[in-house]
Design a protein around this ligand. Structure first.
Ligand code: ASP
Ligand code: MG
Length: 404
């Protein structure tokens, strides 16, 4: 008995059969004596299709109107799922994000949740209703519809679990848990029983593609008991939590991040303050810089290169080109034919052999490393895009992932 938040992604609610499968999972949980809140995303590729539709009308549609449009996808899902649950004979009510009390910041398309005014949900639960809530959406202080950014329904679910002090937040997806690598690329990838919030954060941000990054941040902050599991098969998934039991497995996984571009400033003057100038220009545009590399100065010049998310490449180039004279570079180069491959796991720093092992695996596979960065919990390399999947397989093979 308890309060359980269950979230189902777009592929889990894509058609009639899927909707009834979800309705069954939800009503089984309810029948077992739990209060249940269900968060859903838009069906299948609905959100992508809506974005395409918008482009047909206006390539530069305002973000406000985009949110108005995109939020409809989730509304379809909540109504259809509620109808399926009704059909199975259970009391249910569907609520949009704003009916459910999601108050967000004002920035359309990437709004953050400020708070949830949960009285309505509480009331519906007290009347013994299963509550179906539209993920990904809320209302800002101007009374306008906002969306939370792609994949944001995970964050809606975790936020509800935090606000209502749910006993568990279950994220149902089309994979049955968190793996040591993408099982579509690495055949012998192993499912993890447990993972820490920090490791999951790294895997999520490195493109492991299982959970929305902000949902994990929020789960960590509010100690939400999070579980990733399959919406198709009925078996245990992966628990995401604070401390994991005995830490036999050092490396938790290998992740590939394709959302990366490399920018290089060649022939900069080798004088103090250059890095400061470059990165404050980028910071002013809120561009997230990741791996940074500076060459040793020679003939009074040096090179600085760094990576940014793909979507920020053009803006980054623009601001740097604008200040080209002041920076005094010979030229600027940008390259998006790169990917970042990383190994993630707590305790990386106290095991110096780990990096060597990773680099050896890449060397054996004849893959050239362009950049390297390390932290307490991960080691990342930038390599050519064409080598990405081979690199993931090679690195995964180098480590022992047999958990048990
Ligand atoms: N439907 C939205 C998207 O496709 C939100 C989500 O799926 O979580 O990004
Ligand atoms: Mg989706």
């Amino acid at each position: 008995m308890g309060l359980i938040v269950q979230k189902f992604g777009g592929s889990s609610v894509k058609d009639r059969e899927c909707l009834f499968r979800v309705a069954k999972t939800v009503t089984d949980t309810y029948k077992a004596g739990n209060e249940v809140i269900v968060v859903v995303s838009a069906q299948g590729d609905t959100t992508d299709d809506l974005i395409e539709k918008a482009k047909e009308i206006n390539e530069r549609a305002s973000k406000r109107e985009m949110d108005m449009l995109l939020s409809t996808g989730e509304q379809i899902s909540i109504a259809l799922l509620a109808m399926a649950i009704e059909k199975l004979g259970f009391p249910v009510v569907s609520l949009t994000g704003w009916q459910a009390g999601f108050i967000t910041h004002s920035n359309h398309g990437a709004a953050r949740i400020r708070r949830i005014e949960a009285e309505r949900i509480r009331r519906e639960l007290d009347s013994n209703n299963i509550v179906v809530v539209a993920g990904f959406q809320g209302l800002n202080r101007f009374g306008d519809i906002t969306t939370l950014g792609r994949g944001g329904s995970d964050t809606s679910a975790v936020a509800l679990a935090a606000a209502l002090h749910a006993d568990r937040c279950q994220i149902y997806t089309d994979v049955d848990g968190v793996y040591t690598a993408d099982p579509r690329i690495v055949k012998n990838a192993v499912k993890l029983d447990e993972i820490t919030y920090d490791e999951m954060l790294e895997l999520a941000s490195l493109g492991a593609g299982v959970l929305h990054n902000r949902s994990v941040e929020m789960a960590k902050k509010y100690h939400v008991n999070l579980e990733v599991l399959s919406s198709i098969e009925n078996k245990p998934g992966t628990i995401v939590k604070e401390a994991v039991k005995v830490e036999k497995l050092l490396i938790k996984g290998v992740a590939k991040d394709e959302d990366v571009a490399r920018i290089a400033l060649i022939g900069l003057p080798d004088t103090p303050g250059i890095a400061f100038k470059i990165f404050s220009l980028l910071a002013a545009k809120k561009i997230n810089v990741d791996i940074i590399l500076q060459s040793i100065g020679r003939h009074n010049t040096k090179d600085i290169s760094f990576t940014v998310p793909l979507a920020d490449k053009d803006i980054a180039l623009e601001v740097l080109q604008e200040k080209f004279e002041i920076l005094g570079a010979e030229r600027i180069e940008a390259e998006d034919d790169v990917v970042k491959v990383s190994i993630v796991g707590a305790g990386m720093q106290s095991n110096p052999g780990v990096a060597a092992k990773m680099f050896e695996a890449l060397y054996d596979a004849n893959i050239n490393i362009q950049m390297i960065s390390t932290s307490e919990i991960k080691i990342s390399v930038l390599i050519a895009r064409k080598d990405a999947d081979r690199a993931v397989v090679a690195v995964h093979d180098a480590f022992d992932f047999n958990q048990k």
